[in-house]
Design a protein around this ligand. Structure first.
Ligand code: AMP
Length: 224
């Protein structure tokens, strides 16, 4: 079977993380989430984390020079040999160029880029109610997916917190950054014939079903 090399594209709060987790379960592919890698680096106070923190707190992108090398190395690791799900990378045209060159140098190519299309007002409502367990990583929503006991993770009772960058003013900034710097990737991957659009306003299970159907089609096209 050919490699399954996927990118999930879309604004913050589109559901990329949720769907990447589904795809990991479906296909056994590693979920490479730049945001998670950066947050772990910040928590571990590594050099990467120290460099990245102030950009993240402000809702800005971490400079390409800081993040690109980390992700390209990750994609080249053994567990990503049969494919990967990239979530949160690339976020700029330069990052997309770097990824394209790296894959080409290894005689690999992208299978598809799935755009989870979600308007700003939906995203703001979702993110401002998002809560996460720092311990288990499980994500909740105060209205749409509340935990059984308020403020506590269903898995182990650990405390649920709001990510620093999930506060409304930071979310608005992240959306501006998305429209300015990441949205050009839609045309970029459309030109390469790789873009597939998914309606991100649907329920998580409907989005999942649409993504699976899209991947099945991509695989068929890949075999032709
Ligand atoms: P996320 O969890 O994907 O929304 O990422 C959280 C934050 O990490 C972003 O707001 C950025 O500050 C930073 N970040 C994540 N991925 C990238 C990337 N590909 N390039 C630059 N900064 C990134």
């Amino acid at each position: 079977m050919a490699e399954l090399n996927l990118i999930l594209l879309g604004p913050p709060g589109a559901g990329k993380g949720t769907q990447a987790t589904n795809l990991t379960a479906d296909f056994g592919l590693p979920h490479i989430a730049t945001g998670d890698i950066l947050r772990a680096a910040v928590a571990g106070e590594t050099d990467l984390g120290k460099e990245a923190k102030r950009f993240m707190d402000a809702g800005d992108l971490v400079p390409d020079s800081v993040i690109t090398g980390v992700i390209l190395e990750r994609v080249a690791e053994d567990d990503a040999r049969d494919g990967f799900v990239l979530d949160g990378f690339p976020r700029t045209v330069d990052q997309a160029d770097s990824l394209g060159k790296e894959l080409e140098a290894r005689e690999r190519r992208l299978t598809g880029v799935l755009l989870i299309d979600t308007p700003d007002d939906v995203v703001i409502k979702r993110i401002s109610g998002r809560r996460v367990s720092r311990k288990t990583g499980r994500i909740y929503h105060v209205d749409f997916d509340p935990p059984t006991h308020e403020g506590r993770c269903d898995v182990d009772g650990s405390e649920l917190i709001q990510r620093d960058d999930d506060r409304e003013e930071t979310v608005r900034k992240r959306l501006v950054v998305y429209h300015e710097q990441t949205e050009p990737l839609i045309a970029y991957y459309e030109d390469l014939g790789l873009l597939r659009r998914i309606d991100g306003t649907r329920s998580p299970s409907e989005v999942h079903a649409h993504i699976r159907a899209t991947i099945a089609t991509l695989r068929l096209e890949d075999e032709l």
